[in-house]
Design a protein around this ligand. Sequence first.
Ligand SMILES: Cc1cc2nc3c(=O)[nH]c(=O)nc-3n(C[C@H](O)[C@H](O)[C@H](O)COP(=O)(O)OP(=O)(O)OC[C@H]3O[C@@H](n4cnc5c(N)ncnc54)[C@H](O)[C@@H]3O)c2cc1C
Length: 358
Amino acid sequence: MKNVVLLGSGHAHLEILKALTTEEIAKHRFFLVSPSRQTYYSGLIPRLITSEIKDEDLAINSADFAELKGFKFIQDEVESLDQVSKTVSLKSGKKINFDLLSINIGGTPTSIPSDTPFTNIYLRPFDEFMPKWREVQRICNACVNPRFLVVGGGAAAVEVAAALRIRLNKNQAKTGEVHLICKSSRLCESYPQKISEQIRLSLLRRGIKVHLNEPVNHIHQKALKLSHDVNLEFNFIFIVTPTQPSKLLFGKVDSKLRLSANIFAAGDATEMIDHPHLPRSGVIAVHQGRHLVQNIKDALNDLEPSNFRIPAKQLNILIAGEDSARLVWGNFSFEGKWPLRIKNWIDRRYMSGFENVK
Ligand SMILES: Cc1cc2nc3c(=O)[nH]c(=O)nc-3n(C[C@H](O)[C@H](O)[C@H](O)COP(=O)(O)OP(=O)(O)OC[C@H]3O[C@@H](n4cnc5c(N)ncnc54)[C@H](O)[C@@H]3O)c2cc1C
């Protein structure tokens, strides 16, 4: 019997929990370590912001799911790992030995120095975002014309800005403002230029103010200094900048998603040696998780794991308005009602995979 330890219950490890059978799990000692018994599904965060759904609608009871399958769940946080003694040290002071380890603890958010940290809302990690979001709602119910700033320029930042705008419109706060502050010269740089421009124009049409070429290095007392001496005051500032690979990892993963012979890693925490520009997304984490299932089985049977193949194109659907979303598939992009229907169907199907523990 081997000790198989999964660190973090991110999107990749959820795929492992789903795919392994109770018989396969019973052959070894499987552990899942995570600071929370729940995992939040990022695809539904925009709909939480628009207030279409509640906290519990995007929470997956990953600990219950793991225990049902025969894992031992440990509610704790990994602090360090020693690959020589094959031990993981946890925040509580406990240590766990492993024969095989898999790491899926998400990326590290890039923090921005600030004079007023209370009004800074980091979207990651979601465990910290959720209580902060409740606080924003409580305070902003009393705001007359709230002004929200969103820092970032990727798909997640665009969606957060669109969702905040929808939320203000619904709350009859049409005069409230949403600004998107992006350090690059265009939004969603991983998409073709033409699509970036379509996204920018769509945001403008919906009343979101877009500021390009504006790197944010410091947040002053409830105000952001932009170029040309613009001083933008705000009620809350949402930080949706890309995450960095986790410092816990001592390198990049190879094409088999391995850090070393008996340590795998996946998702936003990692970087692949051969694909340094692979986007950090839930879609990629899910693909990697599905691939890890077989690689873990192979490693347990002393077989050589196989290479992870990156999907040629990834489907992205971004919330745009109350009844519309933008679909992006390679060079193709379309905004309208049916992308929103597809997105809702994908989200429902994803969450239904965990329904028996809801
Ligand atoms: C607003 C928003 C919307 C998004 N929408 C989409 C989308 O529609 N589609 C898409 O593809 N991507 C989307 N993303 C990106 C997506 O959220 C991430 O890429 C994805 O969550 C990464 O998954 P992961 O498996 O790496 O880990 P995560 O899902 O980030 O999970 C990490 C897990 O590790 C645990 N953990 C953290 N630290 C430790 C530790 N020290 N020890 C043990 N456990 C730990 C956490 O509690 C958590 O359970 C969105 C992001 C944001 C911010």
